[in-house]
Design a protein around this ligand. Structure first.
Ligand SMILES: C[S@@+](CC[C@H](N)C(=O)[O-])C[C@H]1O[C@@H](n2cnc3c(N)ncnc32)[C@H](O)[C@@H]1O
Length: 203
């Protein structure tokens, strides 16, 4: 059996005209954008790195002076760049290029990404980048329990255990119960198993 590759899966999905996922559509997207813009306002955030921008539905609604959207898929980045052309404050780059750039920001965020990182080493790399590229805040929107996924491009992870083990200089700022929450098995429209967690550098 061929091993699943998240990189191959997402590039193929975007190339063939696919979208990010149900979490980026209407109700859930509105909730995510509302939460993020309020956070940016309340904490006077100037710069954000969005670790994996996807189809850009969320990115389009964000209001922050400096926004950098990153994704592994060139196909989706081309489309998202076009859709955001009027905005002088939004830039986009391939995940691989971020590594070499040395760029950091007030906030880094991972929105509906961690439960798509099926391979363990990929998850480790994503988490490290998330915390290494932020000067103050990390925002995560995902599930926080270990469970094999259904379908194959989903793998639930207890990401807070990774932070506890690997980033002693960061602490949980707030867990935000999602009003649209439902457990993974329910698969209800306009519901999600992902919730917002914000972390702050304490060291
Ligand atoms: C469901 S989308 C979320 C997009 C966006 N953050 C949102 O909330 O609309 C998941 C994203 O994770 C990215 N992704 C999946 N596997 C990845 C990997 N191995 N490395 C980096 N990004 C990955 C995909 O490119 C995809 O854009």
């Amino acid at each position: 059996m061929t091993e699943f590759s998240s990189t191959g899966y997402w590039e193929d999905r975007y190339k063939s005209g696919g979208h990010s996922c149900s979490g980026s559509r209407v109700v859930l997207s509105k909730y995510k954008v509302g939460f993020l813009n309020k956070f940016f306002r309340n904490h006077k955030i100037d710069s954000v790195i969005d670790l994996e921008v996807g189809d850009g539905q969320v990115a389009q609604g964000l209001r922050v002076p400096g926004y950098l959207g990153v994704d592994l898929s060139r196909s989706t980045l081309d489309l998202v760049k076009k859709a955001n052309e009027p905005s002088m404050h939004k830039r986009f780059m391939l995940s691989g290029d971020l590594e070499a750039s040395g760029i950091s920001s007030d906030v880094t965020m991972s929105i509906d990404v961690i439960f798509h990182l099926v391979e363990g080493d990929v998850d480790d790399c994503h988490m490290s980048t998330l915390f290494d590229r932020s000067t103050q805040w990390v925002i995560i929107h995902t599930s926080n329990f270990d469970r094999p996924g259904d379908p194959s491009h989903v793998r639930h992870r207890c990401f807070s255990a990774w932070i506890h083990a690997n980033r002693k200089d960061w602490g949980l700022h707030q867990y935000n119960p999602n009003p649209h929450f439902s457990p993974p098995k329910a698969k209800l429209p306009d519901k999600t198993f992902a919730e917002f967690y914000t972390f702050r550098r304490i060291g």
